[in-house]
Design a protein around this ligand. Structure first.
Ligand SMILES: Cc1cc2nc3c(=O)[nH]c(=O)nc-3n(C[C@H](O)[C@H](O)[C@H](O)COP(=O)(O)OP(=O)(O)OC[C@H]3O[C@@H](n4cnc5c(N)ncnc54)[C@H](O)[C@@H]3O)c2cc1C
Length: 427
């Protein structure tokens, strides 16, 4: 479904599909941001590499162009949970690498003169009930342990960024920028094509195996085969590792100056509630309010009415997509040195920055560079499979998260619902 941003790709003519069998040094299946960044850093390492990208659709039709455009250091999984599984140092390394990746994205875009409205404005998390105040307090208290920077704000402090009813507290981090994801995809693609990367759109990979990808348009033979299809791709994604979770977007019509005067949201800031099922919101350069979130589409209308009552959804553009959620919440980046088979995915609703970090890491792995990135805890990680009825487990978790948020908003205990969430984590 077409997102607000996709208009920036509408006038692009897709490249031709693969025309029979071919070879490459590296074939990348999936030309979303993960595949594009991977190709970018591969060429950065060795400009002579023959890199072929294949995509089942037209570039930009996947999750990469459907978000609110938050380029943040967030990952679905908390540093505490990474530390429990991999140790404190590994969690610290991952947090540091993600913060650096926000800066790296901005730096690469500046270097390549890709104009996608990359603006540092930070992220603001809001608390509008007692449970959210407690979570914000925990976030701010634990941030220094992981080298993160979150500043506690009182309602007046929140008010300097945005005017939201019934705010009790907030927290702000500088480690987040906003961008237009479709202009990012397009700009990056133009850079790659100019450098000789080959792209075959409308070419569906049916099967990946060591040194070969079978597509509906021919077979590609390559010593390195990377799969970056996120929640898509039956036959090419790894079994039941990722659940495809519905996520939605809503962009209002352009709002009048007097509405913005009431809302007061600065264009570079990403706002969300400290909720179990958060909705993220931002203001666009052309004065629309954009909201995205997982779960059911009506959560966006609920958030719009609750957080920004001065705005309304008349004439709003709506779209839906999917995020790829690993059962343990930690994405994977991998390359088997023996088979040359690898890939990355499982970024949940926080993949813009992670796609850059994963792409850089895949390039280091493919080129045999022993950088700090190839030792991050998500490298070689494999999340436990979802059970055969994984879709049902995810629906249960989404409903439980929405129930927990509703209970907290009403001042009731969310314990029953969060007990379900503890058993079925959705990252
Ligand atoms: C509504 C929504 C809001 C979001 N908001 C944000 C946000 O604000 N900030 C943030 O950081 N993240 C956000 N995300 C998540 C983020 O967009 C994704 O994690 C990230 O873009 C994943 O990039 P990707 O390249 O791995 O996947 P995708 O962009 O999905 O690309 C995968 C590509 O693989 C192709 N493909 C699939 N199967 C095959 C096959 N068999 N053969 C060939 N090609 C195939 C698809 O056509 C697609 O182009 C959001 C996601 C959604 C859906």
């Amino acid at each position: 479904m077409t997102s607000l941003w996709s208009a920036h790709l509408a006038d692009r003519r897709p490249t031709e599909p693969l025309d029979g069998d071919t070879t490459a040094d590296v074939v990348i299946v999936g030309a979303g941001l993960t595949g594009l960044w991977t190709a970018y850093y591969l060429l950065d390492a060795d400009a002579a590499l023959d890199v072929l990208l294949v995509d089942a659709g037209a570039v930009g039709e996947g999750a990469s162009t459907q978000g609110v455009g938050a380029c943040s250091a967030d990952l679905a999984i908390s540093a505490e949970r990474v530390a429990l599984a991999f140790g404190r140092d590994a969690a610290l390394d991952l947090r540091g690498a993600l913060r650096d990746a926000v800066v790296e994205v901005g730096g690469a875009l500046a270097l390549e003169e890709v104009d996608c409205g990359f603006t540092f404005g930070g992220a603001l998390r809001l608390a509008r009930n007692a449970a959210q105040v407690e979570r914000i307090g925990e976030l701010v208290a634990s941030a220094p342990t992981w080298g993160d920077e979150w500043h506690l704000l009182d309602p007046a402090g929140v008010g300097t960024h945005v005017s939201v009813p019934a705010v009790q507290a907030g927290a702000w981090t500088p480690d987040c920028a906003v961008l237009d994801p479709a202009r990012l995809v397009r700009g990056l693609l133009d850079v790659l094509l100019a450098r000789g990367v080959r792209l075959a759109e409308h070419t569906t990979a049916l099967r990946v195996s060591p040194r070969a990808v079978l597509t509906d348009r021919g077979t590609v033979r390559a010593p390195i085969v990377l799969t970056t299809v996120e929640a898509g791709g039956p036959g090419v994604a790894s079994g039941r590792t990722l659940a495809a979770v519905p996520a939605h977007g809503l962009a209002t019509a352009r709002l009048d100056a007097h509405v913005w005067a009431e809302i007061g949201l600065e264009p570079g800031v990403v706002v969300s509630e400290a909720a179990h099922l958060p909705v993220h919101a931002r203001r666009t350069a052309d004065d629309r309010l954009v909201l995205t979130g997982a779960g059911r589409p009506h959560e966006l209308d609920r958030a719009l009415a609750a957080l920004f009552p001065a705005a309304d959804a008349t004439g709003a553009l709506r779209w839906s997509g999917q995020i790829g959620v690993p059962r343990d919440g930690l994405p994977s980046v991998e390359l088997d040195a023996d088979t040359g088979l690898g890939g990355a995915g499982g970024f949940g609703a926080a993949g813009i920055t992670a796609a850059n970090l994963a792409g850089r890491t895949l390039a280091d792995l493919a080129c045999g560079v022993d950088s700090p990135l190839v030792h991050l805890p998500w490298v070689g990680h494999r999340s436990p499979d979802w059970p055969p009825l994984g879709g049902a487990a995810v629906s249960l978790a989404l409903r439980a998260a929405a129930r927990a948020d509703a209970a907290e908003a009403a001042g009731r205990s969310s314990r029953a619902a969060t007990a379900v969430l503890d058993r079925v984590q959705i990252g």
